[in-house]
Design a binder for this molecule. Structure first.
Ligand code: GDP
Length: 465
């Protein structure tokens, strides 16, 4: 990728809309726009962050009347000169304008290239750049919050500060090496041990937050389970009605099973393989319980539905047994309470206590899939339950890349601690510290990150970002 070149791309997607945005970045951005854009004041003579009305001309022909926003380096998203053209949203007009600029020597931007340039020019660190991708993909309140926080430096700032302190120790220990033979100690060993425990206290919760962060980003996988006629498809339909978010199928992933994605109280849930629930009861029976069990094993949360007039405690336990000790959260949902509003609990407390030993969590709720109010309460409880997995929204990681780097940092920290305890020579300790520094630096991109990794990160972005 040649960053000397000036790039152009549509930033508002490729379909027609009232207005479209075309983005240009690089040293030729202003000069090339001046050649094609007829306006009162020259852009090169104008201040940064100004708006200009005028016409995009192809020779004598007016292509469109547009608004041009001007951002002069270094005060722009990419850190380079940036021009953004708001034109009418016709795909034809957008293409004409882009072709005109390309004929003047610009080239189409690669996916994520604007953000990659922002990273290269120090406008964003790598973790923040990744958060930009998450922000664009965010489709629920919770995923938006995590991405926004990370983009604003949420996890980067602390990690960078801790890394700086480690660098200081590495430098001190390496200084000792220059004086080997003389018995000097520049690095304060107690200070280093304190820093290491500070690092561990910071890193471990971040590692633990991944399960939550990932579930929020991808959606929490949920399976609906229960005997035929328990009301599973009724509940599914009722839950789908609870989703007030506008869901479009832009993501358009093809799967061999039907998954319904719903957003309940700001949390995204993926209802695993609801195909069976859409078919007739006969088909469910034909498929047997086996498939439902497989779905449940693919999920994180199981909604187990029963009708007390149609089941026994033994039957429920029999169905739940294959799910024991699989790190699942269980919601035991008694359905059809409109038919028989019993007050006393159906499942004995002994059974609940036993189930609690085999599931991560056991929640109980009574509903009527036919009554919106109780389904609404269930939806709220499901969302609240997920939120309770993690207390601190500020400190959540969502990238596998960060998880691996943090785990490697932790390994190096343990190596340093062991080395210090065993009085291993300073040069080996210094090596371990350098490793920890490197792992930490890879998160924010303070060290040279592999070109392949960068390309993977930015290649997943859309064009124009
Ligand atoms: P599934 O086989 O588990 O998917 O069960 P269905 O959702 O198809 O429901 C089976 C039957 O129970 C249908 O006749 C539903 O109308 C009925 N049903 C489901 N939920 C309720 C409820 O909350 N109250 C009442 N009275 N009937 C229900």
């Amino acid at each position: 990728m040649n960053f000397e070149e000036t790039i152009i791309a549509p930033a508002s997607g490729n379909s027609s809309a009232a207005i479209a945005l075309i983005r240009i970045s690089g040293s030729q951005a202003i000069e090339t726009t001046e050649a094609l854009f007829k306006t009162r004041k020259k852009l090169s003579a104008s201040a940064s962050h100004t708006l200009h009305f005028g016409k995009i001309m192809d020779g004598d022909e007016i292509v469109d009347e547009v608004l041009v926003s001007l951002f002069k380096n270094p005060h722009s998203y990419t850190g380079e000169d940036v021009v953004e053209i708001s034109c009418h949203g016709s795909v034809y007009i957008q293409q004409r304008i882009i072709d005109l600029f390309i004929s003047k020597g610009l080239r189409m931007a690669n996916p994520g290239e604007f953000t990659m340039r922002a990273f290269k020019n120090g406008k964003l660190d790598l973790a923040q750049a990744e958060a930009v991708g998450d922000l664009i993909a965010s489709d629920s309140k919770a995923s938006h919050k995590i991405a926004m926080n990370q983009m604003r430096g949420g996890i980067s700032n602390d990690l960078q500060a801790l890394r700086k302190e480690l660098i200081h120790f590495a430098a001190m220990i390496e200084l000792e090496l220059d004086f080997s033979g003389e018995d000097v100690e520049f690095a304060d060993r107690t200070g280093l041990m304190n820093l290491l425990s500070k690092l561990k206290q910071h890193i471990q919760p971040l590692i633990d937050s991944f399960a939550y962060g990932n579930a929020i980003k991808q959606g929490v996988p949920v399976a609906i389970l229960g005997k035929p006629n328990a009301g599973k498809s009724s509940l599914l339909n009722a839950l789908l009605k609870e989703d007030r978010a506008i869901v479009s199928d832009i993501a358009g992933t093809t799967r061999d099973t039907i998954e319904d994605v719903i957003i309940l109280n700001g949390i995204k849930f993926r209802l695993i393989d609801t195909a069976g629930l859409r078919e007739t009861t006969d088909t469910i029976e034909a498929m047997g319980v086996k498939r439902s069990i497989q779905n449940a094993l693919k999920s994180k949360m199981v909604l187990f539905l029963y009708d007390r007039q149609d089941t026994t405690e033994e039957e429920i336990l029999e169905m739940l047994k294959p799910l024991f000790d699989k790190e699942l959260d269980l919601f035991l949902i008694e359905n059809k309470i409109d038919k028989h509003p019993h007050k006393e609990e159906f499942l004995s407390r002994d059974v609940i206590a036993m189930l609690k030993q085999h599931f991560e969590a056991v929640n109980e709720q009574a509903i009527s899939a036919h009554q919106a109010e109780s389904v609404h309460e269930l939806a709220e409880n499901l969302a609240e339950f997920v939120k309770s997995w993690h207390q601190d929204d500020q400190m959540v990681i969502t990238q596998t890349r960060h998880l691996h780097a943090l785990k490697s940092t932790l390994d190096s920290i343990h190596d340093i601690e062991n080395a210090m305890e065993m009085n291993i020579p300073s040069d080996l300790v210094a090596q371990d510290i350098r490793l920890a520094i490197q792992h930490l630096g890879s998160i924010t991109g303070e060290i040279d990150v592999d070109k392949d990794i960068l390309e993977t990160i930015f290649g997943s972005f859309c064009i124009g970002k």
